[in-house]
Design a protein around this ligand. Structure first.
Ligand SMILES: [Zn+2]
Length: 433
């Protein structure tokens, strides 16, 4: 005699919910992803605007009420909470689609359509990061996992809610935003426009986890001054490069200290709060001693840490290191802050959305999902902070492949995750026949 486990209340799928799951068009999901990868929407480029118009059209065709608007970049930049940008941008657009009445949406699925640059083309499948080629049951290309797979999932859920023929007790919304990669201007503008909701899921890649908190990050620039002379008489000068070395050692030590006490949500992450230098420029002539070194990097912001506290910890470290060196004491290194400003953010674990997404994953994917935190900033802090919307991340893709060469997303995982999101949407928005 075989034992069939008794389904719990949350494992039960109503007829309306089953209809929604059945209505997910898996081929269209993959096709949508491929089409989006073929639009090279690097943050700040014209293609970023183009893909937003494509999103707006797509949602309108499905039958959503769409707000497609041009961002007022000047007034956004003048706002006291402006999140900063890194890429020059001439224009930008917002896209919000809503299905259902004019009440507050019960659920928002959000995704960003901008991607980071490709890096060395030799590292890509067929030297083409924009092919969207399918190999080994995975879709390849820049943005495949961060996060056009998530955006495709959001659209597939939207389409399934309509195609299933169910009615919704409460509205459902899809948000498509720009500029997540360089600060979050799109999410910021969407919140200021008043597109809030009761709860939001950002479908960033989460490697199978539910991400309930984000560390943040700040972008710094260090200017180390030296004294130029001919390389043959270098002892008569001061190399800005050599003077950077003790500063760098102090930064590495600060990084170690800031990662000693880790929030339990970062279990398994040996360094949730890194300080990483991404760009270094020094000197302008091979046989001259460099008189200036400019280093730009990102400072990780701890969960719940004030941005001002993070900045001052870093500035103090640099200032203290300067005091140890006679030249640097007289010519202190300057620290400035520019680019994206990512505060940390989190959802209250007692909010029903946490249990609801966990239940949906258990029902659809037949597994218990673990909760975690992401070491990088995201739009979560803008939705939670400015919008006051309880927000978490759950989406397809292995986050370790984001921003790297050979970025890809597994098709089975994409479909599975989309189904969990669809069940969540059907339940939260009260789908009925
Ligand atoms: Zn992303």
């Amino acid at each position: 005699m075989s034992h069939t486990p008794t389904p719990t209340a949350t494992d039960h799928v109503t007829r309306a919910e089953a209809r929604v799951l059945d209505a997910i068009d898996e081929d269209a999901l993959v096709d949508t992803l491929v089409t989006m990868i073929q639009i090279p929407s690097v943050t700040g480029t014209d293609a970023e605007s183009y893909i937003q118009s494509w999103q707006a059209r797509h949602l309108a065709e499905i039958g959503f009420d769409v707000d497609y608007w041009k961002l007022d970049l000047d007034s956004l930049a003048a706002h006291p909470d402006f999140p900063g940008t890194e890429a020059p941008r001439m224009e930008g657009y917002g896209v919000v689609g809503v299905l259902g009445s004019t009440e507050l949406p019960a659920l928002i699925l959000q995704g960003h359509i901008d991607v980071v640059p490709t890096g060395d083309l030799n590292n890509w499948e067929d030297h083409n990061p924009w092919s969207g080629i399918i190999k080994n049951n995975a879709v390849h290309g820049r943005g495949a996992c961060d996060m056009k797979a998530g955006v495709a999932a959001n659209l597939a859920v939207a389409r399934a809610l309509v195609d299933s023929g169910v009615k919704l007790e409460r509205p459902f919304a899809v948000h498509s935003v720009i500029s997540e990669e360089d600060g979050g201007l799109g999410a910021f503008a969407t919140m200021l426009r008043g597109h809030i909701g009761e709860a939001a899921v950002i479908t960033e890649p989460t490697s199978g986890k539910v991400v309930v908190a984000n560390a943040g990050s700040l972008t710094f620039e260090l200017r180390v001054h030296g004294l130029a002379t001919h390389g043959s008489t270098r002892l008569a000068g001061q190399s800005a490069f050599e003077k950077f070395l003790p500063i760098y050692a102090a930064i590495v030590d600060l990084e170690r200290v800031r990662n000693v006490h880790r929030d339990p949500l970062f279990k398994g992450n040996p360094m949730p709060c890194p300080i990483s230098i991404g760009i270094i420029r020094a000197g302008d002539w091979v046989s001259s001693v460099p008189d200036l070194l400019v280093a730009e990097g990102r400072l990780g912001v701890l969960l719940d840490e004030e941005l001002s506290a993070a900045r001052s910890a870093f500035e103090q470290t640099v200032a203290n290191a300067c005091k140890q060196d006679p030249w640097l004491n007289d010519h202190p290194v300057t620290v400035t802050w520019q680019g994206g400003i990512f505060a940390s953010g989190r959802i209250d674990l007692a909010h029903p959305l946490v249990q609801e997404i966990t239940d949906a994953i258990r029902t659809v994917e037949n597994r218990n999902v673990s909760l975690g935190a992401a070491p990088h900033g995201s739009d979560l802090r803008l939705y939670a902070g400015i919008g006051g919307i309880p927000t978490l991340h759950y989406g397809p893709g292995d986050v370790r492949l984001a921003h790297g060469p050979r970025e890809q997303v597994d098709i089975i995982e994409l479909i599975r995750t989309t189904r969990s999101l669809a069940l969540l949407a059907a339940r939260r928005c009260g789908a009925y026949l």
